[in-house]
Design a binder for this molecule. Structure first.
Ligand code: TYC
Length: 96
C-alpha cells in the first residue's frame, strides 16, 4: 500500500481588485491629490505622483483591495466628486 502524505489545506486566495482613477479635463489637480490622500492613505508626495501619472497616462491605480473594500472606495470617491461638482471617474477592476 502506498503511503499517503497528510493532505495539504488548499486555500484559494481571494480575488483582489485595483481601484483606478481616470483622467478628465475638468477635475482640478488639487482635488485629485486630496482624494488620493484621504481615501487611499497616501502622503502628499505620493498622491501628487499618482495624480500626475493619471493626468499623463489617462488612468492610474490608487490601491488594491478586496472586492467589498474596492467597491466602497469607488462609491466614496464618486460621491465626493459629485458633491464637489467634478466629473472625476473611479472604477475597480479584478487583477491577474
Ligand atoms: N487632467 C486634470 C486637469 O488638467 C487633472 C486630473 C488628474 C483630473 C487626474 C482627473 O483623475 C484625474 N485639471
Amino acid at each position: 500500500m502506498l503511503e499517503r502524505r497528510p493532505k495539504k489545506a488548499k486555500t484559494v486566495p481571494p480575488q483582489m481588485y485595483q481601484v483606478v482613477l481616470l483622467n478628465d479635463d475638468y477635475t482640478p489637480m488639487e482635488f485629485v491629490v486630496v482624494v488620493i490622500q484621504e481615501f487611499f492613505g497616501k502622503d502628499r508626495e505620493t498622491a501628487t505622483q499618482i495624480m500626475l501619472k493619471i493626468h499623463l497616462d489617462g488612468k492610474g491605480v490608487c490601491g488594491v483591495f478586496s472586492k467589498d473594500v474596492a467597491s466602497t472606495k469607488v462609491d466614496q470617491v464618486t460621491e465626493a466628486a459629485r458633491k464637489n461638482g467634478h466629473p472625476l471617474q473611479c472604477v475597480c477592476e479584478p487583477i491577474e
